[in-house]
Design a protein around this ligand. Structure first.
Ligand code: NAP
Length: 607
């Protein structure tokens, strides 16, 4: 299905656009993006509490480290490992969670799988001598793997878990970052790295009466197995046999947990605001001969192959060969020639998109027995308006007599003591599962970091980046010496479907940079003003305004809930669009040979 001609059914652009526009209009309404402030609103404290690890009191600490890393998720763990490989001794990971794993620490809902192939998503497989058990690994397996890396590289004993950084401030006299935490710690670090994650802020919609609800209620990222029965590796939710459950949302988390809920609960209402495009998954156990032909460097090659396929730079050898490399790659890279008029380019792209969406809609008809339910489950928008999903059990769940789809383009509107409401219709439920996701991956870093970061002359990162990012490579920024931010979407680096690839690139780069600067005796680096200006201008020059495309999209977290004009040219990527992975890596490698663009203070240390 890689050839565009495969996706070319009869296509009337005007008719399709009118239908998409009509469906979009049903979902645009005032306040659709309103969310609770989970950081400050005490009414929702139970929603954020850690269900997995008991909180243990400890003494505050005060110490000096080589590198402090905020965040012990995938990025923090891989960075820690790479720092160890580079010979860095005193590394402290700090995280609000009770252990490592980030997303994979918090999310343990039944049915949790990674939606990217495990052989490229699970990092450091070669270093760990590990082969995932299936093509798409369970959350449980991924979490155990990240934990194993953290233990192997001796990152756990020095980590501070259940610890929130409240401020990080550059101290010019000490030439150190000083971090203060909610446990009363003071950590002085020569280097500071922010590895805070990209979907790290849980989202609950702001609906009338939410705190009046008297049943059980939790977010998918804090699953309550005490209430449901079962466990992260046991999807038998034995305590739900007499319970009516309402699942709010139909994104990536919902489609994975709904089949398990349907197996166990007396009844499940699935409240759908927008149907997702759900492609074929095709998970399977890892072939027993998988490892037979592996060679040193195989995982890096496989990651590169996947990323190259998605940006249309693969020469016909699609190793991963799944829905991402078929559909996403086809939509992102329509077969156009340089001499094609723009109008023709757009038409070709639209037609390919239409063909792929028709396949998704036909799949719903094939699987879902009731034609009215099937129609309501069909996505009518362009493929990349929302992150595509892949699943092979979710749609069939709607053939069960104990599952009801509640199609509600304005979503659940209010909650009362025992019910969720859509318009005047009441749905009585014992339990509400909020599968309402996370603040978008384009959320500015200052918000994702969750604490004030104060650089030279008292300037915060929030102030510096208030009109958009200013950086070198999306990783370092002037006025914040000896500080790195892991590359992320909307942050002047590159964007990717396989976040692990970006995390590995960022971790290797930052670790190698720290090692090389230490080796050279550099005490303090800062970013040269001109280099930062040039990089920012380069990013802006790649920007192709996506407003027109996104404005026609159904509202989603990717288009600022229907306000695509909020996108900022300064927050684009290197190469435009998803970014040029290959060029970006070459550029980072070159930078590490001469550190061109950094101001280096190589004076002997005074203290
Ligand atoms: P999501 O994709 O943002 O979905 C949130 C859902 O909640 C949407 O369906 C949204 O509707 C709905 N919603 C919000 N307010 C509502 C209301 N008042 N009433 C009814 N529905 C409401 O979040 P997610 O499913 O947690 O996934 C987030 C991202 O995490 C994914 O895109 C993916 O990148 C990642 N993820 C990955 C995996 C994996 O790899 N295994 C699994 C889960 C998530 P609208 O669509 O109308 O906005």
């Amino acid at each position: 299905m890689t050839q565009p001609t495969d996706h070319s059914p009869a296509f009337d652009p005007d008719e399709v656009r009118a239908k998409y526009q009509q469906e979009r209009a049903r979902r645009v309404f005032e306040g659709r993006g309103a969310i609770q402030d989970l950081r400050t609103d005490a009414r929702f404290a139970d929603y954020v509490r850690d269900p997995w690890t008991p909180f243990v009191e400890r003494e505050s600490i005060s110490d000096d480290v080589d590198v402090a890393v905020v965040g012990a998720g995938m990025a923090g763990v891989v960075l820690g490992a790479k720092l160890r490989d580079a010979g860095v001794k005193r590394v402290r990971l700090i995280d609000k969670a009770g252990g490592v794993g980030g997303t994979w620490y918090w999310n343990r809902y039944p049915g949790l799988y990674c939606d990217v192939e495990s052989y490229i998503y699970m990092p450091m497989l070669e270093e760990m001598d590990y082969i995932p058990s299936s093509r798409y690994a369970t959350g449980h397996e991924i979490r155990r793997h990240l934990d194993a890396i953290a233990h192997k590289y001796d990152l756990v004993d020095d980590a501070l878990f259940h610890t929130g950084v409240e401020s990080s401030e550059w101290d010019e006299g000490l030439a150190r970052w000083v971090l203060r935490t909610d446990r009363g710690d003071e950590i002085r670090a020569r280097y500071l790295v922010h590895a805070v994650g990209i979907l790290n802020l849980m989202k609950l919609p702001r609906l009338l009466g939410m705190d009046d609800f008297e049943g059980a209620a939790f977010h998918t990222a804090r699953w309550d197995y005490e209430y449901t029965g079962g466990g992260p590796d046991d999807a038998h939710l034995t305590k739900l046999a007499d319970k009516v459950v309402g699942v709010i949302g139909t994104g990536g988390s919902a489609i994975q947990c709904v089949p398990a809920l349907a197996e166990s609960a007396k009844h499940v209402y699935v409240f759908q605001r927008t149907p997702s495009a759900i492609g074929f998954r095709g998970n399977r156990p890892t072939d027993e001969h998988f490892a037979d032909h592996l060679y040193p460097g195989w995982q890096k090659d496989r990651m590169e192959n996947f990323s190259a396929t998605l940006i249309g730079r693969n020469q016909g050898n699609d190793i991963v060969d799944d829905g991402w490399t078929h559909h996403v790659a086809a939509v992102n890279n329509p077969p156009v020639t340089p001499d094609m008029p723009l109008e023709e380019v757009l038409r070709v792209a639209e037609q390919i998109d239409y063909g792929i969406m028709e396949e998704h809609r036909a799949r719903v008809d094939e699987i879902v027995a009731d034609p009215a339910v099937a129609e309501a489950l069909k996505p009518y928008y362009r493929y990349m308006c929302k992150r595509p999903l892949f699943h092979d059990e979710y749609l069939a769940t709607f053939n069960r007599s104990n599952v009801t789809l509640v199609d509600c383009p304005h979503g659940v509107e209010r909650v009362t003591e025992h019910s969720a409401w859509v318009g005047d219709t009441e749905y009585e439920v014992d339990c509400i599962v909020w599968a309402t996701g996370f603040e978008a991956e384009v959320t500015p870093f200052a918000r994702r970091s969750g604490h004030p970061i104060v650089g030279r002359d008292g300037i915060t990162i929030e102030e510096k980046w208030k009109d958009g990012v200013k950086s070198l490579h999306g990783i370092v920024t002037r006025g914040f010496p000896n500080m790195f931010v892991m590359p992320a979407p909307a942050q002047q680096s590159v964007t990717t479907v396989n976040y692990t690839h970006l995390a590995v690139i960022g971790a290797e780069h930052i670790a190698a940079t720290i090692a090389a600067l230490t080796e050279r005796g550099v005490k303090v680096f800062d970013v040269d003003q001109e280099a930062e200006k040039t990089w920012t201008e380069t990013i802006v020059s790649f920007w192709r305004d996506p407003t027109a495309f996104m404005a026609a999209c159904t509202p989603s977290r990717l288009n600022y809930e229907g306000h695509p004009e909020m996108a900022n040219a300064r927050n684009g990527s290197y190469g435009g669009g998803h970014g040029d992975f290959i060029g970006y890596q070459e550029l980072l490698e070159k930078f590490r040979t001469d550190f061109d663009g950094l101001e280096l203070d190589e004076a002997p240390e005074s203290s």
